[in-house]
Design a protein around this ligand. Structure first.
Ligand SMILES: NC(=O)c1ccc[n+]([C@@H]2O[C@H](COP(=O)([O-])OP(=O)(O)OC[C@H]3O[C@@H](n4cnc5c(N)ncnc54)[C@H](OP(=O)(O)O)[C@@H]3O)[C@@H](O)[C@H]2O)c1
Length: 274
């Protein structure tokens, strides 16, 4: 496993395990398998409805807590300072944890304009030591700039949709400039087109790897944190086996050329669902 160092000095595994669309019941065996195979970072969220299942897997795994990196997120309907503090307590209880490593704002929901207050609650949780690092998801440059202007702690992470068809160059540059680590969600494009791309398939053949492994290796070499999801044990294992080969600069360039601004998730500035 490779690690990145966040802007507050905290080390985070560069590859973690995502559990969106995994039921509470499915989450326990899936996360347990992931931990057995060697994943140490788990990405959940209040809205996924599986914090209890994830917590059970952590407890059953016997992996010492300090070796794990647990992320959860505050949902849109819990925005606002007091609501966020309450939502955090509830998440911790469901997870059966005394702290989480990373707490993220799930969406900026600009229509409600409460993300600055929400972020201030995250700053308090961070100050109180109940969260080791704080950050955001789905923030565009304008939302990040507002936090930089109006808050104290620079977000450690911006978790956004990112894969070869959506390379987010402007946002990535902005994050790098401000020492905000970009974290790639839907790194396999949610299991869609990119896995069948001809260029990716050719590279998979060349390296004796699967298309998913080539894509995940590309993520690592673009210096993002990446959190593929799978409930299939063979894929959970496959997605972790990406530390034993390296794509050449030429092959990285070939993948860079696949960018087509193609998004499978919501547009951050338009997502206001509560
Ligand atoms: N902050 C946010 O707003 C946000 C939004 C979306 C996602 N996320 C996070 O990012 C994580 C990953 O994103 P994601 O779940 O959207 O999608 P993803 O990881 O890009 O893709 C998951 C899909 O690909 C399939 N898959 C996984 N490994 C595969 C492999 N080796 N070969 C072929 N197919 C494979 C999975 O199928 P099976 O499960 O059936 O194996 C599943 O259908 C989420 O789980 C969540 O933690 C965050």
């Amino acid at each position: 496993m490779d690690y990145v160092t966040l802007n507050n000095g905290l080390k985070m595994p560069q590859l973690g395990f995502g559990v969106w669309k995994v039921t509470d019941e499915e989450a326990t065996p899936a996360v347990q398998k992931a931990l057995e195979f060697g994943y140490r970072s788990i990405d959940t969220a209040t809205i996924y409805g599986n914090e209890v299942g994830v917590g059970k897997a952590i407890e059953n795994s016997g992996v010492p807590r300090e070796k794990l990196f647990i992320t959860t997120k505050v949902w849109n309907s819990d925005h606002g300072y007091e609501n966020t503090l309450k939502a955090f307590d509830e998440s911790l209880e469901r997870l059966g944890q005394e702290y989480v490593d990373l707490y993220l704002i799930h969406w900026p929901t600009p229509k409600y304009d409460q993300y600055v207050d929400t972020y201030k609650a995250l700053e308090k949780l961070n100050k109180d030591g109940r969260v080791k690092a704080i950050g955001v998801c789905n923030f565009d440059v304008e939302h990040l700039q507002r936090l930089l202007d109006e808050c104290e702690v620079v977000p450690a992470i911006n978790q956004v949709e990112y894969h070869p068809y959506l390379q987010q160059k402007e946002l990535k540059n902005f994050c790098e400039e401000h020492k905000i680590q970009l974290e790639a969600y839907s790194p396999l494009m949610n299991g869609r087109d990119i896995l069948h791309d001809e260029v990716i398939k050719e590279l998979a053949e060349k390296y004796g790897k699967t298309p998913a492994q080539v894509i995940l290796r590309w993520h690592l070499q673009t210096n993002v944190v990446v959190i593929p999801k799978s409930v299939t044990p063979s894929r959970i294992e496959e997605n972790l086996n990406v530390f034993d080969f390296e794509l050449t600069d030429e092959d990285m360039d070939k993948i860079a050329e696949l960018d087509r601004n193609l998004r499978v998730g919501n547009m951050p500035s338009e997502m206001n669902k509560r």
